[in-house]
Design a protein around this ligand. Structure first.
Ligand code: PLP
Length: 404
């Protein structure tokens, strides 16, 4: 077995070789600009983009004309939120989102607050899900957008998306879902889920970095956006700029492969993840973070009390590639804001590890991971005065808050 073992698939995934094979000719022989209408180079590129548009649409139950290509989920989310805010300014300025959203959503909302938006950031329960009654109560005649992710990148917790979609429809509010972690892993359907805008990213589903898409509903209701990147009027005027044809071809192929393999891959990963979870829960004072019923099949977020997460991470950083919290905030020493929003006690929030299994994860790698993490936890605890106090029964009671 080759080391290190890669279990950080929520941060990014390797490109599937089938995706790379599909992309390669579009760098060399078929290098046309998809907007060149006057010669075969352009026609070939345009046909490839049209094909990818169908592949993306099929994965999420949309029509090809409802898909526009972007540089990734961050851009898709920015276009969706800023585009709605500007387009529907006549109706209102109120956006509702949740505390556990990705920074692409939260920072965009914060930016708009400085430009006149009113943003309600709903709390979540201690399993990481929002309260739907609180959501409905927060809607006002000025509410123009609900932004709730499909599944969380740190905990894998899946939101009650169809219920949120129904609430959005009932109140005539647009519903954006960041499905970056869910698309291609579990069934996502913009029709049955009642989603109006949906963001996906190729590099989270075995496609290339720098390619993504935004679904924009075209009927009941027809959603319109104000473009955020102006120029040649590409992508129906929603996003100008020469199309990244190889990247788009890769995104399309990634969607096709994910769709074909989801039914076998999701249960395989779930079994592996459960084995990892059961193995690590054999350790004393280990807690799973987030809802374990509504959770992506390949994600495990777990905390070990009486050890510091960063110390634990450095304990096996050369053998197992994982992160504490999300990749985006991993550089900071603050505990994860997602776990904090779930009311996770500080000591557990600091000691959390996120395992993201993936298409290339093997049984052997999981067994190795269980052994290595167990040994590291035991070694660090043996040296920890906190652990000694806990074992002696002299650890301060007030720190031992019950945790679900
Ligand atoms: C990775 C991620 C993003 C950002 O996607 P990029 O394509 O890297 O910009 C947004 N939202 C979620 C939930 C993510 O996991």
């Amino acid at each position: 077995m080759k080391l290190p073992v890669y279990l950080d698939n929520n941060a990014t995934t390797p490109c599937d070789p089938r995706v790379v094979a599909e992309m390669l000719p579009y760098f060399t022989e078929m290098y046309g600009n998809a907007a060149s209408r006057s010669h075969p180079f352009g026609w070939t590129a345009e046909a490839a983009v049209d094909n990818a548009r169908e592949q993306v649409a099929r994965l999420i139950g949309a029509e090809p004309t409802e898909i526009i290509f972007t540089s990734g989920a961050t851009e898709s989310v920015n276009l969706a939120i800023k585009g709605v805010f500007e387009m529907y300014a006549g109706k209102g300025n109120h956006i509702i989102t949740a505390a556990t959203e990705h920074k692409a959503v939260l920072d965009t909302c914060r930016h708009l607050e400085r430009n006149g938006a009113r943003v309600t950031c709903l709390p979540v329960d201690n399993t990481g899900r929002p309260d739907l009654q609180a959501l409905e109560a927060a809607i006002t005649p000025q509410t123009i957008l609900l932004a709730f992710m499909y599944a969380n990148n740190e905990t894998g917790v899946i939101n009650p998306v169809a219920e949120i979609g129904a609430i959005a429809k009932k109140h005539g509010v647009i519903f954006l879902s960041d499905a970056t972690q869910a698309a291609g892993k579990i069934p996502v359907n913009v029709q049955t889920d009642g989603i109006d805008l949906l963001a996906v990213s190729a590099h989270k589903m075995y496609g290339p970095k720098g390619a993504g898409a935004l679904y924009i509903r075209r009927k009941s209701p027809r959603v319109k956006l104000i473009a955020q990147i102006h120029g040649g009027g590409h992508e129906r005027g929603n996003r100008s700029g020469t199309l990244n044809v190889p990247g788009i071809v890769g995104l399309g192929k990634a969607c096709e492969v994910a769709m074909q393999e989801m039914d076998s891959e999701a249960p395989r990963l779930e079994a592996l993840r459960n084995r990892l979870q059961e193995g690590l829960l054999l350790l004393d004072q280990a807690y799973v973070n987030g809802n374990t019923k509504y959770r992506l099949p390949h994600v495990l977020n777990i905390s070990f009390r009486y050890i510091e997460g960063q110390t634990l991470l450095t304990g096996f950083s050369k053998t197992i590639a994982i992160s504490s919290g999300s990749a985006c905030t991993a550089a900071s020493l603050e505990p994860s804001y997602v776990l904090k929003a779930m009311n996770t006690p500080d000591d557990l929030a600091y000691a959390s590890l996120r395992f993201g299994l993936g298409r290339f994860t093997t049984d052997e790698q999981i067994d190795y991971t269980i052994r290595t993490v167990t040994d590291t936890v035991n070694t660090l605890r043996a040296e920890s005065p906190l652990w000694e106090m806990y074992k002696d029964g002299t650890y301060p009671e007030n720190v031992l808050k019950p945790h679900i």
